[in-house]
Design a protein around this ligand. Structure first.
Ligand SMILES: NC(=O)c1ccc[n+]([C@@H]2O[C@H](COP(=O)([O-])OP(=O)(O)OC[C@H]3O[C@@H](n4cnc5c(N)ncnc54)[C@H](O)[C@@H]3O)[C@@H](O)[C@H]2O)c1
Length: 322
């Protein structure tokens, strides 16, 4: 069990507090004032109760949350003696700097993580004493249900800090991945690249927002819970990717220049799973197992989507159906 403090108990702070508390850790939340922290604790308790009733949290979750999360009157009270502090105040560097200064003054030895979406961890570290104990610990929204967490050391973060956070994240049922401190990290850089291209397609009149969302959800987005872009490229064939790049370059020569790491693999005869080599290592003897997994995954994904039905974005409101 790790004594945890969450500073900034809003949307993300509340969700992360739930995750850690459900994993059995004692969590103290704090906010700009004692009143806000108390009100947010009440909100977290109510929300947990609803999640339990809806079957989204395990039976007994409300009792666990009630026992494990408390609200402190101040940031200092919350973080004193905590082994891990997660900062989740608004995404403004001056607010984060001031908060991190207060955290590190009150707690000179605990590990400190920031949930920043976009701000450089190296810049945030300027406000932390003993910066080797500081790093980005970036949960996604909604934190109780989205498994992935970006773990972002800055150049001075110690290996012991990173390992301790990786263990805490894995032990709380989440999936951590290490990322260098580069603008946008991995998640937002990729997410915004997709969004940027999608907005260009709308601007050019190629498709509507509704049709683009439908295509993303029902084609390549459908694969993404199971395979990332490199596994997908390996399965498609890197030579196929090179042909597609050549075609895209006719109209977008700079935006779709063939990546060097793709050309290098093709030059070595590594064309993906069909040649036993590509971006991701896999024993060729396991290809039939991979294909079977893929087919099972996609069939089950289709069944899940059929069971859930469309989201309210895509389902007409009840009154307009009649
Ligand atoms: N909302 C998302 O989808 C999302 C996803 C990933 C990461 N993040 C990041 O998480 C962080 C928090 O975002 P959020 O969506 O939870 O915001 P939010 O507005 O819901 O919560 C911020 C909380 O910080 C409190 N706060 C404000 N000033 C404070 C101070 N000086 N000291 C202590 N507490 C203070 C607010 O009262 C509020 O409770 C941001 O860095 C954001 O970029 C957000």
């Amino acid at each position: 069990m790790t004594r945890i403090a969450v500073v900034g108990s809003g949307y993300m702070g509340g969700g992360m507090a739930q995750v850690f508390a459900l994993a059995g850790h004692p969590v103290v939340i704090s906010d700009a004032t004692a009143e806000i922290a108390e009100a947010n604790l009440e909100r977290i308790r109510l929300e947990t109760q609803q999640f339990e009733e809806q079957g989204l949290f395990p039976a007994g979750a409300s009792a666990t949350i009630a026992a494990n999360i408390t609200a402190a009157a101040s940031i200092e009270e919350a973080v004193t003696g905590a082994e891990f502090v997660e900062e989740a105040v608004p995404e403004r560097i001056e607010v984060k700097h001031a908060t991190l200064r207060r955290i590190s003054d009150a707690n000179p030895s605990g590990i400190i993580g920031s949930n920043t979406s976009t701000i450089s961890i190296t810049r945030l570290a300027e406000a932390v004493s003993h910066p080797e104990r500081f790093l980005g610990v970036h949960f996604s929204n909604p934190a109780p249900f989205v498994p992935g967490v970006e773990i972002i050391p800055h150049p001075l973060t110690s290996e012991a800090t990173i390992t301790a956070v990786e263990q805490l994240i894995e032990g709380s049922g989440k999936v951590g991945a290490r990322v260098k401190d580069a603008t946008g990290f991995v998640l937002n850089r990729l997410q915004y690249a997709l969004f940027h291209e999608a907005t260009q397609l709308v601007d050019e009149g190629v498709a509507t927002t509704e049709d683009i969302d439908a295509i993303v959800r029902s084609t390549f987005g459908f694969r993404l819970p199971f395979f990332g872009p490199f596994a997908i490229a390996d399965m498609a064939g890197l030579d196929v990717y090179a042909f597609c790049y050549a075609s895209l370059q006719e109209d977008f020569p700079e935006r779709f220049a063939t990546p060097a790491i793709l050309s290098e693999r093709i030059a070595r005869g590594e064309l993906g799973t069909k040649t036993g080599g590509g971006f991701r290592a896999i024993d060729p003897a396991r290809i039939p197992e991979l294909v079977a997994y893929r087919n099972r995954a996609y069939a089950k994904m289709k069944a899940l989507l059929d069971e859930l039905g469309p989201s309210p974005f895509d389902e007409p409101a009840a009154e307009s159906q009649s």
